[in-house]
Design a protein around this ligand. Sequence first.
Ligand code: FEO
Length: 402
Amino acid sequence: MRPRAISDRIDSVGAVDWDRRLFDALIPLPDGTSYNAYVVKGSEKTALIDAVDPPFTDLLLRNLQAAGKLDFVVANHAEQDHAGAVSAVLGRHPKATLLCTPKCKDLLIDELHLAPERVRTVADGEKVALGDRTLEFLHLPWVHWPETMVTWLPEERTLFTCDLFGSHLATNDLYAADEARVYEAAKRYYAEIMMPFGSLIRGHLDKLSRYDVKLILTSHGPGYRRPGFILDAYRDWTSDAVKNTVVLPYVSMHGSTKVMADALADSLASRGVSVERFDLPTADLGRLAMALVDAATLVLGTPAVLVGPHPAAVNAAFLANALRPKLRFASVFGSFGWGNKIVETLSGLMKNLKVEMLPPVLVKGLPRADDIRKIEELAEAVASRHRAAGILSGEPHVTQEA
Ligand code: FEO
């Protein structure tokens, strides 16, 4: 991607990674991603805000040629998909100073072996003048890592947020044009990256509400010319409100646990509870994470494998525990042959979840009529909790993620 003008003072100089399909060797990227970087031109000085993933270093250096001499390189975040190219940029611009938080400086020295004398740390609220334009730095820790900040350009009413409000979406659009598509991508991104820090981010949203933002430019995915669109979405996702939904991930080896999953989905739907079910061995774990953003309940299904839960269920439990969704209720079901420690193992893996555990249903072999009655009882327990929480209303639906 060549440089593109955002305004007469801001150029987009980053890269679109159309073909990347995995991030951190973990997160699926069905729509690719981008590493957005921006040049801000004041009357006296010029700054680069964020850089790119190392494979795109040459493209960034090419895109920076038109900007001339850089005085500052701003690292809002130390992760390599943004900071990985800063050493090369500083090498090409020997008079430039890197601006970042103190924690970010430590991380960059450890990760990139950056020369400390090239770095100047900035305090929360500190301003750096570029002449007739000003950069103001706001420390917002944990908008992915502990060292993160965002950069405010008051004269353009533009906020550069790096990971915050981002989306893994490869697109030519500088701004969110198809808001429904961007909403899905941004929610997936929130689920995978930001959800563990939801309560902190809620406080950050209050801090940002003091700024009259006209334009949000993130470092992944399109920017927002209608900031309220993404700010409202984040307020919703980080709120305490949960929806009348059960997330139902399951794995079945010989069909018995699937019989229970089918019965549970049907029983919940008949009681007005929506279900998002995931056949774990083939499920997109990003969609599972998205479903956890606002669901009230998680019910995990697994057969016994060598007495414990199936590894696919272990993975799902570990993921849910790490992402810390705002679930209120949880339970477990499954089938075993001769003995199991499914509940003990899964409960031990989900200690971060502040949930009421509903009675599990574990059955020997293929479920019998009495076992299905217990599944009905579990569905009723879920429905009664949702009713008491005031969320059991509207038309239920069952979705299947294969
Ligand atoms: Fe896009 Fe946390 O890096």
